[in-house]
Design a protein around this ligand. Structure first.
Ligand code: NDP
Length: 242
């Protein structure tokens, strides 16, 4: 059975990804602050008949990333699939954006994925098999008002994923990007009903996204059925970017 590490697996989209993959893989549910919620996700996976552990990982800290991988490798022997899901926002219009908010969003969303991916490919290269999925955003494709730092970090993931796909495809390691649109989680909970209606107005499918919509795409990209797909960007956005 393959083993997956989901960064930010305790809440929102990461939780749905962890639970879906728990049906077919051993799951390491990564958490940075939300340990209790990560433990609950582990319980839910086990109740459904799967194998899971909660593991601490702060993607802004290389030591934490390394320790996390060592823990997962001790328990399940390898990390075969990495889901780079951890992400934050610190929004402001560009003229007012503080450099500290630029730095922290880039460090978490982009450099954090670099840290975890570089550590992950060590084992994947040895095993000549791996799957890396980057959770980007439609903001990384189209930009978004008030999110220059976030959009830049998410666009950066696309370049990173495509380059990894070229360098490591010959080792059976695929690297793909999912670009969610508006998905109902803690990250988007600040939007009021009127703002949500405005968003739905722009969509072809007239509802907001659910974390499960993203998790289903992740499961496909981790399956044997997707072995010939690499270096691609998949919007899952109800038609927002068409
Ligand atoms: P949430 O805010 O609900 O969850 C964010 C997750 O990231 C948490 O599990 C959190 O873990 C983790 N995290 C934050 N900082 C760190 C860190 N330094 N190290 C490790 N983990 C960290 O967000 P969503 O579930 O909505 O988003 C998940 C991903 O999807 C993000 O990358 C986001 O940018 C992307 N996305 C979301 C969209 C949406 O509409 N919701 C749209 C497009 C993309 P903990 O609580 O343990 O700190």
């Amino acid at each position: 059975m393959k083993t997956v590490l989901v960064t930010g697996g305790s809440r929102g989209i990461g939780k749905a990804i962890a639970k879906n993959l728990g049906l077919t893989c051993n799951v390491a549910v990564g958490y940075s602050h939300s340990k209790e919620q990560a433990d609950e996700v582990v319980d839910e996976i086990k109740t459904a008949g799967g194998n899971a552990i909660a593991v601490s990982i702060d993607v802004t800290d290389q030591n934490s990333v390394d320790e996390c991988f060592e823990t997962v490798e001790d328990v399940y022997s390898s990390v075969d699939i990495l889901i780079n899901n951890a992400g934050i926002t610190k929004d402001n219009i560009f003229p007012r954006l503080k450099q500290e908010d630029w730095d922290s969003v880039i460090d978490t969303n982009l450099t954090g994925s670099f840290r975890a991916s570089q550590r992950a490919i060590k084992g994947m290269m040895k095993n000549k098999w791996g799957r890396i999925i980057f959770i980007s955003s439609v903001a990384g494709i189209s930009g978004n008002t008030g999110q220059s730092n976030y959009a830049a970090s998410k666009a950066g993931l696309i370049g990173l994923a495509k380059t990894i796909s070229k360098e490591l495809g010959s080792r059976n390691i695929t690297s793909n990007v999912i670009a969610p649109g508006y998905i109902e989680t803690d990250m988007t909970s600040f939007l009021n009903d009127e703002q949500k209606e405005d968003i739905i107005e722009q969509l072809s499918i007239k509802r907001v996204g659910k974390p499960e919509d993203i998790a289903n795409m992740v499961s496909f990209l981790c399956s044997d059925e997707s072995e010939y797909i690499t270096g691609q960007v998949f919007p899952v956005d109800g038609g927002l970017t068409t």
